[in-house]
Structures are given as structure tokens and as C-alpha cells.
Ligand binder design. Structure first.
Ligand code: SF4
Ligand code: SF4
Length: 425
């Protein structure tokens, strides 16, 4: 028998590979198949490649890595597969194999290392925010558009407007509700979220408290490891997962609340990431079982805070790591429907990724741009006043292609404005 091309550390499982019956139902929902019509850039094709590599019939270098790298990890195929193929587990087993066993070009390695040296660290992001503010004030973005190579050009174009006041602000450690405490929750404040979307965290604390939750937000928390987990950097993901569990498990709470789709999905996956570590498996299981998207917590509570009307037509974009990866689709809509006056518009091609996908829009800027433009066209087609989505990556990616005339918010910001009776942020 030929030896597998994968190493022995968690290769894609044979029984999971065999679950695929090659029916092709997943193809229409796969963004890369939509773009290129190429079988090996479809879920079925990628599973076939994994199958061949597992049998030792193809090597990991070259075409195999290119087709796996081109996958967004959006998990639309998991949603659409009638046979229940766990492509998420297969991809999460395959990507670390590539990171360990396939040498990347020097420039690719440097670029990826740069991303992982910056994004998971709040202090470094704050320093970057200062530089970014100077960069924006000096109007260097237009110059950068002309001179930078594609990946750096795409990365700088995603930078949101920097506000130093919020970039350096800290959240209160404890927020108590007025009246009876209905739930005790701990909140992940995140990395990019806390520096560039701090106001979303503030709104999340206020909304949870208004609905009767006591909210603990430990300052000692760091990155949850989502970017590393989804990019195949297993060591990075494990280190950050353990730190996150240690920080939160000692808190006497009912739920660990997350307002970032990508972070929530990775924290629910710790149970798999640490499954064969005898010291951590049970702790990871207990932790993952408590993780909830903020919309899951709010949808389960009978609304307590009065809402003021918001007369607006809202396009709701399902972030892939919320809809496809966590199966959380109804809860954000349920929560938004509690706001009087709000009209929610469904998007055409709602299942298609916007091209953000963790670090994808930085490392694969061309397909990400095509998907971003397509998502922006679909949003415009329903003529909304607002675009609402629960992931900072989607907000940055879609914002780049949607322009300034359609306002973009996280769902809790909209609910916060309704509860407070204030103008939309
Ligand atoms: S992943 Fe599922 S939907 Fe896609 S080809 Fe395999 S069995 Fe069919
Ligand atoms: S995760 Fe997304 S891009 Fe990758 S194969 Fe599945 S549908 Fe296609």
C-alpha cells in the first residue's frame, strides 16, 4: 500500500473523506467554483484531492496546495451537502498539513508571518492604528494604490477610518443591569474588534445589560486564535485557545458571549482542536459548550428593554462563520425583528461569501475582490438604507466595495440605537 502524503499528526480522516458521494449538490454554493467553474476548486474536487493525497497518489506541493489555498473556508458546502460531509473538519485537518509540510516562497512566508505578528495582538494593532491615522491624514492611500504590490494594496485598502479615542479605550470589567439579573455572561472583546470596532463592544455590553444580563469582560483576555485556526496554524491556535479557556473558565457565568462570527466559530471548535490533549479535552468541551453568539443569547430572552422605532430598510448579510459554520441564521433576524419600523430585506446569493474569510482577502486579493464586488452588487439590488452583519471582516471587506452611501453596522449597534432612542451611529 502506498504511504499517505499527509504526516501522521491528524491527517484528514478516511471515514470523513468516504462520506462524500460526489453528487455535486455543493457546487452551486461554492464561491470559487462560481468564479472559475473548475472542478478542483469545488468542494467535491478538493475532497477528491484530499482523498488522493491520503492514498499517497499525489503530493502536497504544487496543485494540491494551490487548490486548498484558494478555498475560502466559508463552509457554504457544509450547509448545502445533503450527505452531511464534514468539510469543515477535513479542511481543518488539511491546512495544518500544508503549513507543516509545504515550504512557501519567501515573500509568501514573510507576508503571512507579518499578518500573524500583527493582527492577534491588541497593543500592536493600536500602534498600527496610530500609523494608520497618520497614513490616512497624509492621504497616502492613493499613492499606495499605484505603487504597492497587490497583497499590500488590498491590505491597506481594508483599513477602516481610525479613531484613536476608541482604539485606545478600555471596556468596563463589569456591567450590571438595572433590576433583576436574568443571565450572567462573560464577553470576548477580541483583537481587531476591540481596536477598530470598539463601539460594537460598547453597544454589546449596553444591550446585554438592558436585557437583564450581568456582563463580565476580563481585561486579561487576548486573541482567541481564530485566524490561526482557520489558516492552518495549529500551534498558534492551540496556544491562544488554552489562554482563552484559562481566562474564561474561572468566571461564574452561564455563557461566553461573542459578537464576532469568526471568533465564535473557532471557540466552539476548541472541543475538536484539543480533543486528544488529556489535560485540556474536558476543559475545552466545557468551554465550547458555553460559547454563544450575542444574537443567540438575545433571541433566547424575552425582550425587556422598550424599543424605539427605526424606520429603515436593512439588508442583513449572513457572515459565513455565523450562518454556515455555526448555523446561526434565525437568531439575528429574530433580534432585529424586535425593532419596530425595521424592514429586513433578503439578499440574492445570500449563501455566497463576501470574500473576507479571515486572512483570505489579504493573501488572495484577486478572487476576494471579485466576490466583494459581487456581494456589493447583490446588496445594492435590494436598495437598502443599511447593511447589517456580525463580523468585522465582512464589514471591512463589503465596505471597500459598497462605498459610503450605504451605512454599515453590527446588529447590536442597531438594537442599541433602538433601545436608547438615539440616532444610528
Ligand atoms: S461534499 Fe456533499 S454535496 Fe458535495 S459532492 Fe460530496 S456529498 Fe455531494
Ligand atoms: S469552504 Fe467555501 S470555498 Fe471552500 S470548498 Fe467549501 S464552499 Fe468552496
Amino acid at each position: 500500500m502506498t504511504e499517505s502524503s499527509f504526516d501522521a499528526h491528524h491527517p484528514p480522516a478516511r471515514d470523513l473523506l468516504d462520506d462524500c458521494v460526489h453528487c455535486g449538490f455543493c457546487l452551486p454554493t461554492c464561491p470559487t467554483y462560481q468564479l472559475w467553474g473548475e472542478e478542483m476548486d469545488s468542494p467535491r474536487g478538493r475532497i477528491y484531492l484530499m482523498d488522493l493525497a491520503e492514498r499517497g497518489e499525489i503530493e502536497l506541493q504544487g496543485a494540491f496546495t494551490e487548490h486548498i489555498d484558494a478555498c475560502l473556508g466559508c463552509m457554504a458546502c457544509v450547509t448545502s451537502c445533503p450527505s452531511g460531509v464534514q468539510y469543515d473538519r477535513l479542511l481543518e485537518a488539511t491546512r495544518p498539513q500544508i503549513e507543516r509540510n509545504v515550504p512557501r516562497t519567501r515573500s509568501d512566508r514573510l507576508f503571512r508571518n507579518g499578518i500573524f505578528a500583527l493582527f492577534p495582538y491588541r497593543r500592536r494593532l493600536r500602534a498600527a492604528a496610530v500609523l494608520g491615522l497618520a497614513y490616512q491624514k497624509l492621504g497616502l492611500a492613493r499613492l499606495a494604490e499605484r505603487v504597492l504590490p497587490p497583497r499590500l494594496r488590498a491590505t491597506q485598502a481594508l483599513m477602516p477610518p481610525v479613531r484613536l479615542r476608541t482604539a485606545f479605550a478600555t471596556l468596563p470589567r463589569r456591567v450590571r443591569p438595572d433590576g433583576e439579573v436574568r443571565r450572567r455572561v462573560a464577553m470576548l472583546s477580541g483583537c481587531v474588534q476591540d481596536v477598530f470596532f470598539h463601539e460594537v463592544n460598547e453597544a454589546t455590553q449596553r444591550v446585554l445589560a438592558a436585557e437583564g444580563c450581568e456582563v463580565l469582560t476580563p481585561r486579561e483576555q487576548g486573541c482567541c486564535g481564530a485566524l490561526g485556526l482557520h489558516a492552518g496554524r495549529e500551534e498558534h491556535a492551540v496556544v491562544h485557545a488554552k489562554r482563552t479557556i484559562e481566562t474564561f473558565e474561572r468566571l461564574p457565568v452561564d455563557d461566553v458571549v461573542v459578537n464576532v462570527a469568526g471568533c465564535g466559530s473557532s471557540m466552539k471548535e476548541y472541543v475538536h482542536l484539543l480533543a486528544d490533549d488529556p489535560d485540556w479535552a474536558e476543559r475545552a468541551r466545557a468551554f465550547s459548550a458555553k460559547v454563544r453568539d450575542v444574537s443567540e443569547v438575545l433571541a433566547a430572552l424575552e425582550p425587556r428593554a422598550p424599543r424605539h422605532p427605526v424606520e429603515a430598510r436593512v439588508a442583513y448579510h449572513d457572515a459565513c462563520h455565523l450562518g454556515h459554520a455555526q448555523g446561526v441564521r434565525d437568531e439575528p433576524r429574530t433580534v432585529l425583528c424586535t425593532i419596530p419600523g425595521l424592514e429586513i430585506a433578503d439578499l440574492p446569493e445570500a449563501e455566497l461569501c463576501c470574500g473576507s474569510a479571515g486572512i483570505y482577502n489579504m493573501v488572495q486579493p484577486e478572487p476576494a475582490a471579485e466576490l466583494g464586488e459581487r456581494k456589493a452588487r447583490n446588496i445594492r439590488s435590494v436598495s437598502p438604507d443599511l447593511l447589517v452583519t456580525a463580523n468585522p471582516g465582512c464589514l471591512l471587506q463589503i465596505g471597500r466595495y459598497l462605498g459610503d452611501d450605504i451605512r454599515m453596522l453590527h446588529p447590536v449597534q442597531l438594537l442599541d440605537a433602538s433601545i436608547r432612542g438615539e440616532r444610528l451611529p
